[in-house]
Design a protein around this ligand. Structure first.
Ligand code: ZN
Length: 298
């Protein structure tokens, strides 16, 4: 626990109850991030360079921060102090997704938000999940939205995503030098021994399993008012209920169009994810069956 309350000031506003959206890849966290970004009074960044640098430092070298809570909190606060600045060029270096979510043209430089009426800061950068625990001590009043989705659909979507799969290339994999390794979902010596023989689906399953275990830890460590768990399938099946829930939690009327559109597409395509082969499905079951059942996916 942090020993002192730090007040972060950005654009002469103090950051109060920032909202962070986390989830495994392809869990729908991006969808919620975009919806919050488009909501009145919210300044949600998606992939600011200063934030991404920090996210990947935590994802790739978690040992750097182990037992150094205060140092980690400072690094995180500094990254957001920079990332949340609103300037005429503030979206220039953001991901294309951030500019699109803000309604900016691909070649526009920003800002992606109006300073007038800005009340709440937030972030929905890809892979923010690897900082989730550090975020809660950097911002003790943070509100966290976590998204969970059926691991079989997550794995199927990951397998079909060249960017996600490129993290498994040998030059990037650091499972021998970094242990435990949240990014690759390696928590025990058994996981580490197993890893070299795992199929791509098995490797994706470990990443999903880690996200579910993290979700359980957050659930135990954060009061209910600071954590909202959204189930992807519920959001796609009953978008209006999920939107009402999100609006209550974040204290704004969450912009509905993107989530409603995605839900329509999802329902017309049954599950909205490619289907796993039998072999891959049994691999996922073997590695993460307990987590699937615990979440009611069976
Ligand atoms: Zn931006």
């Amino acid at each position: 626990m942090p020993s002192a309350r730090h007040i972060l000031i950005v654009n002469s506003r103090s950051v109060h109850q920032p909202v962070f959206v986390v989830g495994a890849p392809h869990s729908g966290a991006d969808l919620i991030g975009r919806a919050l970004k488009a909501s009145a009074g919210f300044h949600v960044t998606i992939g600011q360079p200063s934030v991404l640098r920090t996210v990947y430092a935590f994802a790739r070298r978690p040992s750097m921060y182990q037992g150094r809570t205060q140092a980690a909190a400072t690094v995180i606060r500094d990254a957001f102090a920079q990332g949340w600045q609103v300037t005429p060029h503030s979206c220039l270096e953001c991901t294309r997704e951030c500019r699109t979510a803000a309604g900016l043209a691909a070649d526009a430089v920003g800002p992606c938000v109006e300073l007038r009426g800005l009340e709440t800061f937030g972030d929905a950068s890809p892979d923010l999940i690897y900082c989730a625990e550090a975020l809660t001590y950097a911002f003790p009043d943070a509100r966290i939205v976590q998204v969970v989705r059926d691991g079989r659909d997550v794995v199927a979507s990951m397998l079909a995503d060249p960017l996600v799969m490129s993290w498994f290339r040998p030059s990037f994999v650091n499972v021998d030098t970094e242990f435990p390794n949240p990014f690759f979902g390696i928590e025990s010596p058994e996981d580490r021994d197993l890893w070299p023989q795992l199929s791509p689906a098995g490797r994706c399953a470990l990443r999903w399993r880690w996200s579910v275990r993290l979700a359980a830890r957050l659930h135990h460590s954060l009061p209910g008012g600071q954590l909202k768990t959204i189930r992807y399938e519920h959001m796609m099946g009953k978008p209006d209920e999920a939107l009402a829930d999100l609006s209550r939690f974040s204290g704004t009327t969450v912009q509905a169009a993107g989530i409603r559109n995605a839900a329509r597409t999802y329902r017309s395509r049954s599950r909205g994810a490619p289907v796993l082969t039998m072999e891959d499905a049994s691999q996922v079951e073997k590695l993460a069956g307990e987590e699937l059942r615990r979440l009611g996916y069976s």
